[in-house]
Design a protein around this ligand. Structure first.
Ligand code: HEM
Length: 206
């Protein structure tokens, strides 16, 4: 029974988070067509001359722009917008002592737009994740999968899943925002959702 419950829990957290991550990523691609076009070129180059549109394991590392854009999408729209911890000891944070038992909320969404770390914090700039730009950045300033001993065990699987799904969509479609629909309004449940749906047009590529 415990195994069953654990498995159901895993399926739930693995699915909701990955679908939230995919949804916001597709939104970013529709909103920033210049990056979408680069990703389409990248996917087309990888699949060039093949009989099948299936993305192979060895293709994933070649999808470099897609990887940068996915990171930036998860910075602006982290599927898990906040996490909590209960302090098991009195804890000194910057000279303030928080007593044992305090419930601490870590707002990943705010951490990811901390203006002291992220220049033009609200802008979609995937280049921020190029190695030369990340080398001096504190690793704890970007934690879509949390960090430390209880971080996400499914993160590599989730990233690969999203990359494959989005590549397949990019191979066949170009995404556009729908002009007469309002932009999605973020709201945080256990995962980041849009209150008013996600209106996108899929146009078969010519
Ligand atoms: C984009 C997709 C995903 C995101 C953003 C994400 C994010 C996270 C975060 C932030 C945590 C830490 C929660 C906390 O500290 O309270 C976490 C934990 C966890 N995640 Fe994910 N996750 C994703 C996909 C997945 C997938 C696909 C699986 C399983 C196949 C998975 C399994 C888990 C498990 C089991 C934990 C708990 C680890 C522990 O407590 O030791 N996640 N995830």
């Amino acid at each position: 029974m415990l195994v069953f419950e654990t498995l159901m829990h895993l399926l739930h957290i693995g699915h909701d988070t990955t679908s939230s991550g995919t949804m916001w990523f597709l939104y970013c691609l529709a909103k920033y067509p210049e990056y979408q076009a680069q990703i389409q070129e990248e996917v087309d180059a990888v699949l060039d001359g093949r009989d099948s549109d299936h993305i192979q394991w060895s293709d994933l590392s070649k999808l470099k722009t897609l990887a940068l854009c996915l990171k930036e999408s998860m910075r602006l729209y982290p599927p898990v917008p906040f996490i909590q911890r209960e302090l098991i000891d009195d804890t000194d944070i910057d000279g303030h002592v928080f007593p044992k038992g305090t419930l601490v909320t870590i707002a990943i969404m705010h951490l990811h737009t901390n203006p002291t770390v992220w220049e033009d914090r609200d802008e979609f700039k995937p280049e921020r994740f190029l190695p030369e730009q990340t080398k001096d950045r504190d690793t704890f300033s970007y934690v879509p999968f949390s960090a430390g001993p209880r971080n996400c065990i499914g993160q590599h699987f989730a990233i690969d899943e999203i990359k494959i799904l989005v590549s397949r969509i990019m191979r066949k479609f170009t995404l556009e925002l729908v002009p007469d629909r309002p932009p999605p309004v973020r709201f945080a449940q256990a995962t980041l959702q849009s209150k008013n749906g996600m209106w996108l047009k899929l146009k078969p590529r010519t």
